[in-house]
Write a protein that binds this ligand. Structure first.
Ligand SMILES: [Zn+2]
Ligand SMILES: [Zn+2]
Length: 159
């Protein structure tokens, strides 16, 4: 179940043609099923949605888990809500609780830059790859990433 409110913006894309992905690695391309209007089929994973009695639920177009996953990627509000729900603002590196905590991708998304659509690594966009960092640790990590550009980074250190 997504934590943030479901926006009508998502409904507006129903039945629209799939747009060509602009290559923005922060917003990966949505699947073909996102743009079709097949009720009873999930817009994210394209599988059928069942009711409790195992018949097809033609009133729905998302699995709850899929909606959660979708919003995590495309909705920064949902991303923060899910992180807060899990970490409660506690820095994953030094353990400090920071009111100004920041969401950080353990494996930086920038590593997906220039990767072709079919070769994208979706694990980069999962909740598992997100962590809470205090402002200080976040700055340190970002700096070390810039310095280490092109070299292999030891992410475990930042877990
Ligand atoms: Zn689904
Ligand atoms: Zn910290």
């Amino acid at each position: 179940m997504p934590l943030s409110r479901w926006s009508s913006r998502h409904k507006k894309t129903f039945g629209k043609k799939k747009e060509k992905w602009d290559g923005n690695f922060r917003l990966p391309p949505k699947p073909d099923s996102y743009y079709t209007q097949t009720k009873g089929h999930c817009r994210w994973c394209s599988m059928i949605i069942l009711k409790e009695d195992d018949t097809i639920n033609t009133r729905k177009s998302w699995h709850e888990d899929c909606a959660t996953e979708y919003l995590l990627i495309y909705h920064s509000g949902e991303q923060r809500a899910q992180l807060w729900n899990r970490d409660k603002g506690k820095c994953n590196h030094c353990g400090r609780e920071d009111m100004k905590w920041q969401a950080d991708h353990v494996k930086p998304l920038v590593e997906q830059k220039g990767v072709k659509e079919k070769d994208l690594d979706w694990s980069y966009y999962s909740l598992d790859n997100l962590q809470t960092l205090c402002k200080k640790c976040h700055r340190k990590k970002t700096n070390s990433e810039v310095k280490l550009k092109g070299k292999k980074v030891n992410y475990k250190k930042w877990r």
